[in-house]
Design a protein around this ligand. Structure first.
Ligand SMILES: Cc1ncc(COP(=O)(O)O)c(C=O)c1O
Length: 195
């Protein structure tokens, strides 16, 4: 079972996910994913051969004992999938934005992992520092959420910068500048590399 929550709409050709990127279809029984991240809606999905799908439909308690997804959220997710399928440049634009944001943050003194994912963690360690940098960046109109334990392990409190295909160069520059300025203002220790 492969959880593509962070890969749907982000990784692989046209954002089809990691299994598609690595051509592992033959080796994976079930792909699960969310409609609530790159697709901007709500809900989730499981893809499998019909026998497994039938089993889940008849036995999965969270499906059977929960209200079905509201049609507007399904329509929203479907519209997002159609956009993805119809515009192969969309995902490449996301990768470009992610690369740009990483380059700008590195230029601002941050250590960042090298990959194409749109989430760029900036580790500060202490919750109070991560929160203070988040609040300071907000005063410059830039929202980068501070993430603290128990969401992440103690000592790895961070800002989670997330870029989208819709962000402009200017917005990426503004964000990187505001984050670096906010971190400098807190006299924060040098950010660590995410593990
Ligand atoms: C790897 C992974 N799987 C699943 C989920 C849950 O997705 P949903 O918001 O649709 O419950 C998340 C949410 O953060 C996630 O990171």
């Amino acid at each position: 079972v492969v959880d593509e929550a962070h890969a749907t709409g982000v990784v692989g050709p046209g954002g089809r996910g990691l299994v598609s990127a690595l051509a592992l279809h033959d080796q994976v029984d079930v792909v699960i994913g969310t409609l609530g991240k790159a697709l901007g809606s709500y809900g989730a999905f499981a893809c499998s051969e019909p026998a497994i799908a039938e089993f889940l439909i008849n036995r999965a308690r969270t499906l059977i004992y929960s209200t079905a997804l509201p049609p507007p959220t399904v329509a929203g997710a479907l519209a997002a999938l159609r956009l993805l399928a119809g515009d192969s440049a969309l995902v490449r634009r996301l990768w470009d934005r992610a690369r740009l944001l990483r380059t700008l943050l590195k230029g601002g003194g941050f250590q960042v992992e090298e990959n194409e994912m749109p989430i760029v963690p900036l580790i500060f360690g202490t919750p109070s520092v991560a929160l203070a940098v988040c609040e300071q960046a907000l005063t410059d109109g830039v929202f980068v959420q501070a993430i603290r334990p128990p969401t992440v392990p103690p000592g790895t409190s961070r800002l989670r910068a997330v870029v989208t295909a819709a962000h402009t160069d200017h917005q990426c520059r503004k964000a990187a500048h505001a984050i670096a300025k906010a971190a400098a203002g807190q006299q924060a220790p040098p950010p660590l590399l995410a593990t």
